[in-house]
Design a protein. Structure first.
Length: 601
């Protein structure tokens, strides 16, 4: 059903426009004031999101910026606004309303101590105010703003004429996090000649939780996808208290508790997670299907009168696969509470080299190793559904039907009925009847919704290399190449200490090769570029694989001398119109041609 909705409402046409206006004022030789206004409108597009593809309709972004500088004192203020227009999620047709604003302020200054020491220091402030009218942040709508303030000190020390020590320290405060975040950086830069430099760097950066990580509250799907809804699939941000499973229901599997949908008599309160308690509801839900499949109505009626105990028919937990609607077995011991979201820290060691050989060949090589700690994974299903166990159900039905139908008929009917009620793990066609959901003990999950949410994972390490080269051919032509490689694009749960596998969601290898032309006296320049990306897996709300693709792009710009300050440019990506996708859930991308006219006065 979700796929059908997508096909009917998906519009792959791409329509975007934007513009920018800027005014520069220089009251003195050493000072300037710059005011900028920018506006971009995504009129129509299909964009991947953490909850599947979204149909963008008239999403408008506006940016207001004021910058001022005098000497080494710099200050800036920004205002960014968003209006999602008529955008909606394709899988559920859920409208997306976003009228959020973000205000940013920056101040920076610097000074020298003698000839060998330079300091730069500053303060940043950012205030994010989501306004979604409940469409994205739901019950969190009135308490979801974020304030961030940080200060930094940057130092450049000339140890010798050829060796510099670059260091920095930054401290940030996030209004929704309990602790401040400290970020150090140190680098040694060695310049044996004017055309060469070698650098060794250690940097620890961080990324704070997004508004979605903290405040998301959105219906992302339904179970089943068509017909009468039993469960909603709700995406939630993680509250300050985290999420915990209720584990004090006597008689439930491992003392777990569940909530039952209203269709099966649920009232919203937690009851023991024992599927046998809802056996009759399962038979009732599947009775029409059983009779249509050839099971005699009299035997269906007889089975509906039975009531097994949890000792006779045990319980199986299964996690929803949001990609295809199937369910996969999960052990109760695999359920883990979700701790409050904390910042992700990235510690990177880098060794780099740059060289300009005979002013014709420019080379750059970077080797790096990065370790991420407490990184935030994608939205994943955390609350399993409760099913009857197929093997014990089949044995029970065989024993109960034998006296009334004979051994042969009882075995045949039980073999047909048990999968219909209990399902088969991993099957998208024989899913059985999900009787309840082992939900969190939290007010945000008070309904019988299946919850998808975020969590911090332990740590992962990757290394990589980046290579770049430019060969200057005469005064007007050059050839430029790049190559990047990452050691891993997939991380099994056993390696990262998580509850599911994680992928980089980016290619292990990618590269480009371009030929460039530039004739400055005539104001003309152009480029023809080939780029390639390898196949990579995607693990998100919708899992899948992005297949390798190779594209050819071209661009040309002209700055006529008679029209000083004017620029006309045209750029085309994928000029051979090779249809491809760049992320799971996104639409196919073909040729895209853009033109730009710029005037400076």
């Amino acid at each position: 059903m979700a796929d059908t909705l997508e096909m009917v409402h998906r519009d792959l046409r791409l329509r975007r426009q934007g513009g920018e206006a800027r005014v520069d004022f220089r009251p003195t030789r050493g000072s300037e004031i710059i005011a900028t206004y920018g506006r971009a409108v995504a009129g129509n597009a299909v964009e991947p999101t953490g909850l599947g593809p979204g149909q963008v309709r008239d999403w408008t972004f506006s940016s207001y910026q004021l910058r001022a500088r005098t000497g080494r004192l710099f200050a800036a203020a920004f205002l960014n606004t968003s209006d999602a227009g008529n955008t909606f999620l394709l899988r559920t047709l859920q409208p997306i309303i976003d009228k959020s604003t973000q205000r940013v302020g920056q101040v920076q200054h610097g000074f020298d101590l003698g000839l060998r020491q330079r300091f730069i220091y500053g303060v940043d402030y950012q205030h994010t105010v989501p306004k979604t009218e409940g469409s994205i942040n739901g019950r969190n709508e009135d308490d979801d703003d974020i304030k961030e303030i940080g200060g930094y000190l940057h130092s450049i020390t000339r140890l010798t004429p050829k060796l510099e020590l670059v260091s920095a320290a930054r401290l940030d405060n996030h209004s929704r996090l309990a602790k401040n975040v400290f970020s150090p950086r140190v680098a040694l830069v060695f310049k044996p000649t004017e055309s060469q430099n070698v650098r060794a760097t250690f940097n620890r950066a961080f990324s704070t939780p997004s508004t979605n990580n903290l405040f998301l509250d959105l219906l992302a799907g339904r179970i089943p996808a068509s017909g009468t809804q039993l469960y909603g699939v709700r995406a939630l941000g993680v509250p300050a208290s985290g999420f915990t499973f209720k584990r004090d229901c006597a008689g439930g599997l491992n003392s777990l508790c569940m909530r039952v949908p209203a269709a099966f008599g649920g009232t919203g309160t937690q009851i023991p997670a024992a599927a046998a308690l809802l056996y009759r509801a399962a038979v009732g839900a599947a009775s029409a299907r059983l009779i249509a499949g050839g099971v005699p109505a009299s035997l269906v009626s007889y089975m509906a009168s039975l009531q097994p105990t949890p000792a006779q028919v045990s319980t199986q937990l299964r996690i929803l696969n949001t990609a295809n609607g199937s369910f996969v077995d999960v052990a109760p011991t695999d359920l883990r509470d979700v701790a409050p979201i904390t910042p992700t820290t990235n510690s990177t060691f880098e060794l780099g080299y740059k060289s300009d050989i005979a002013r014709r060949l420019r080379l750059s090589v970077d080797l790096w190793r990065e370790q991420k700690r407490n990184f935030v994974g994608p939205l994943i299903v955390e609350t399993p559904n409760v099913f009857l166990d197929r093997a014990s159900l089949q044995a029970y039905l065989t024993a109960q039907l034998t006296p009334v139908a004979g051994a042969a008929t009882a075995a045949a009917v039980a073999a047909r009925v048990a999968p219909a009620l209990a399902g088969i793990s991993g099957s998208s066609t024989v899913t059985g009847v999900p009787l309840g959901v082992v939900n969190f003990d939290h007010t945000l999950s008070s309904a019988s919704d299946v919850i998808v949410t975020y969590r911090n994972f332990g740590k992962l390490s990757v290394w990589g290399t980046d290579f770049g080269a430019e060969w200057l051919i005469g005064d007007r032509f050059s050839v430029v190449g790049t190559l990047s490689h990452v050691s891993k694009d997939f991380f099994p749960r056993s390696e990262i200490g998580g509850v599911q596998d994680i992928s980089l969601n980016a290619p292990r290898s990618k590269g480009s090769l371009a030929g460039r032309f530039s004739d400055e006296p005539k104001g003309m320049s152009g480029e023809l570029r080939f780029r390639a990306v390898t196949t990579f897996p995607v693990y998100s709300f919708i899992n899948g694989t992005v297949r390798t693709y190779q594209l050819v792009d071209a661009g040309f710009s002209f700055r006529p001398a008679v029209l000083r300050g004017a620029l006309w440019a045209i750029n085309a990506t994928n000029i051979l119109d090779r249809k491809h996708t760049e992320f799971v859930g996104g639409g196919e991308i073909g040729r895209l041609v853009m033109t730009r006219l710029q005037a400076t006065f």
